[in-house]
Design a protein around this ligand. Structure first.
Ligand SMILES: NC(=O)c1ccc[n+]([C@@H]2O[C@H](COP(=O)([O-])OP(=O)(O)OC[C@H]3O[C@@H](n4cnc5c(N)ncnc54)[C@H](OP(=O)(O)O)[C@@H]3O)[C@@H](O)[C@H]2O)c1
Length: 107
């Protein structure tokens, strides 16, 4: 798959660490105009803002809080691409007693 992100405005959730932070860095280095770094704590992306300046804009989003998602959509109307990366990876072993049940705990 090939998609040109040059000159695009992008929003990445979970942008402050792990895979999300790496996505932000890669997008900026490949020519994105601007990346909204959607995070729970705005100061958690200070290092990205220091490095990339106004090309990284922190925006508050908690995916457990629908109002924060609506507010972010209203605050960032110029977004062309959304990467909804934020989440929690729960590792387990195939034969563990709770190998299936965690999948149903998000109700
Ligand atoms: N790493 C792997 O091997 C792997 C494998 C398969 C899938 N994934 C998926 O890839 C994504 C990123 O993985 P990762 O390893 O980079 O994870 P990570 O290092 O644990 O980072 C998780 C990110 O999600 C954010 N987040 C968690 N809950 C949130 C919520 N309710 N609202 C907003 N942000 C929230 C965290 O923010 P805070 O800093 O505020 O907690 C953090 O930025 C996840 O969706 C994960 O399930 C990862």
């Amino acid at each position: 798959m090939n998609y040109d992100i040059k000159d695009k405005t992008i929003l990445v959730t979970g942008a402050n660490r792990g895979i999300g932070k790496a996505i932000v860095e890669s997008f900026i280095e490949h020519g994105a105009t601007k990346v909204y770094a959607a995070v729970r704590q705005l100061n958690s992306v200070s290092s990205l803002v220091e490095r990339y300046g106004l090309r990284v804009l922190p925006i508050q989003v908690d995916l457990g809080d629908p109002q924060s998602i609506v507010a972010a959509a209203q605050a960032a109307p110029d977004v062309q691409i959304v990467v909804n990366n934020a989440g929690v990876f729960q590792a387990g072993t195939p034969l563990a007693e709770d190998a299936i049940s965690p999948l149903w705990n998000f109700r």
